[in-house]
Design a protein around this ligand. Sequence first.
Ligand code: ZN
Length: 119
Amino acid sequence: MKRTPISRKTPLKRGDSQLRRTPLARVSKKRARENRERKAMVRRLWPDMQPRCVVLECPRLADDVHEPLSRGRGGSITDPGNAVPICRPHHDELTFGEPEWAYEQGLKVHSWDARREAS
Ligand SMILES: [Zn+2]
């Protein structure tokens, strides 16, 4: 059986991704600026010591900085009031789940609660 090659209906032209010379930036300039601001903020807030995890009765030292009001809910990653030190196991629990204790301890905030506090 004779096969005919599949042909493109629209030919590739300059500007198509396969012909692009400069790769797309992995983070936008705005996001890169935010990330730099955040790094500086974290160094300012916790300059030389490793703080304890903020979760009640957690004995571990913090590995990460967590935002109780996430970016997806309108929070800022460069707001010192929205940054708490947390250990990796607890951070993972907050990131991949919705544990009740996180809301009780104010470590996760619903967007509607954040709006209520702001007004
Ligand atoms: Zn912890």
